[in-house]
Design a protein around this ligand. Structure first.
Ligand SMILES: *Cc1c(COP(=O)(O)O)cnc(C)c1O
Length: 348
């Protein structure tokens, strides 16, 4: 770092996003994007709004908040719109007292935010089968952060377990990151009326095919949303641009399109899991749009590299405990068949 940077950031370890390569066109199964483009209605709404970019966007994001609230049986005051769900997480990690506890294998950004904001953090080991050990969160006085389904495992924690954590103490928050909830599992949103120590974070990036738009939101009690809104307005009151707000609203009117795509992705997931198992892979039970798999006797890194050489990009984490695994995003049927064919070739 240059001498101009604050001492406080000397140990900064930034988040490393999955590769977005430009050297050739890969079968891209490494960042859990949706293989299907957004529907034409969304693209049209976005381009129509682009003609009004000389004007600031609505700093309250009111229309989109109302539309989301209505679907969830909540009020607009229970909704905060953010620039990707990463921004919602950022506001929470920036603001909350008391430190954070999250699984040792989960979304890497949680630890990065703790580093950036100087928050205390505890990484709670997953059980040997990669499920979340709820007792660790019940015992801890720290704010709990649970991606549900979890990444990179894809495993879903039953809502009754989330509720046990919520009930165990009300002096700290339980943050449920539902980036993948549409692909399986059950949302914690219906618990918001019952628990004011719950914050649910959602995104349009995965199930709604808008990763490039940067659109996320937080659902929580009115009081907590007001606190988070004060933080948002102290950092970037126009955090959502006009195009994103228009695309988000249009997206909510295309449920049928997304339901069909979800159905296809889930069918493709079943197909990929069957194929991987018949090649001798162990595959964790996935409720998301990716699978986490390993092959006994094969190195995760070697599999990742051999696939990359053959034009298929998956994600490998060199972190101890999961280094044998590769994380494979579920794409189209054709993409899954290419993946399986290349793996077969590699294993021969
Ligand atoms: C992809 C992902 C996010 C980030 O989503 P954006 O809305 O694109 O910022 C958040 N949490 C988890 C667990 C994710 O996998």
């Amino acid at each position: 770092m240059t001498r101009f940077i604050s001492e406080r950031l000397s140990g900064l370890e930034p988040y490393v996003p999955g590769e977005q390569p430009r050297d050739m066109s890969y079968v891209k199964l490494n960042t859990n994007e949706n293989p299907f483009p957004p529907p034409a209605e969304v693209v049209d709404a976005a381009s129509r709004e682009a003609g009004r970019l000389n004007l600031y966007s609505d700093p309250e994001c009111l229309e989109l908040r109302r539309a989301i609230a209505e679907r969830e049986g909540l009020c607009a005051e229970n909704v905060l719109i953010t620039n990707g769900s990463d921004e919602a997480l950022s506001f929470l990690f920036f603001s909350l007292a008391g430190g954070f506890i999250f699984p040792n294998h989960t979304y890497g950004f949680y630890k990065v935010f703790c580093g950036l904001y100087g928050a205390d953090c505890e990484e709670a080991p997953l059980r040997p089968d990669f499920t979340v050990d709820t007792e660790q969160y019940i015992k801890s006085p720290k704010n709990a952060v649970i991606a549900n389904p979890n990444a990179p495992t894809g495993i879903f924690l039953p809502l009754s377990e989330i509720e046990r954590i919520l009930r165990s103490r009300d002096d700290r928050l339980v943050i449920v990151d539902e980036a993948y909830v549409d692909f399986g599992g059950e949302s914690a949103v219906r618990l918001i009326d019952k628990y004011d120590n719950l914050a649910v974070v959602r995104t349009f990036s995965k199930s709604r095919s808008l990763a490039g738009m940067r659109l996320g939101y937080m659902l929580a009690s009115r009081e907590l949303i007001a606190d988070m809104d004060a933080v948002r307005c102290s950092i970037n009151p126009y955090n959502l641009d006009r195009v994103a707000l228009a695309a988000g609203k249009a997206s909510l009117e295309c449920d049928e399109y997304f339901r069909d795509n979800l159905k296809t992705i889930i069918e493709n997931r079943d197909h990929a899991v069957d194929g991987l198992k018949s090649l001798g892979f162990d595959v964790l039970p996935s409720s998301s749009n990716f699978v986490f798999a390993r092959k006994e006797g094969a190195s995760g890194r070697e599999l990742y590299l051999s696939l990359k050489e053959r034009g298929v990009l998956v994600r490998h984490f060199s972190k101890r405990g999961i280094e044998d695994y590769i994380r494979i995003t579920i794409g189209t049927r054709e993409q899954m068949d290419i993946l399986l064919a290349k793996l077969k070739e590699i294993l021969q």
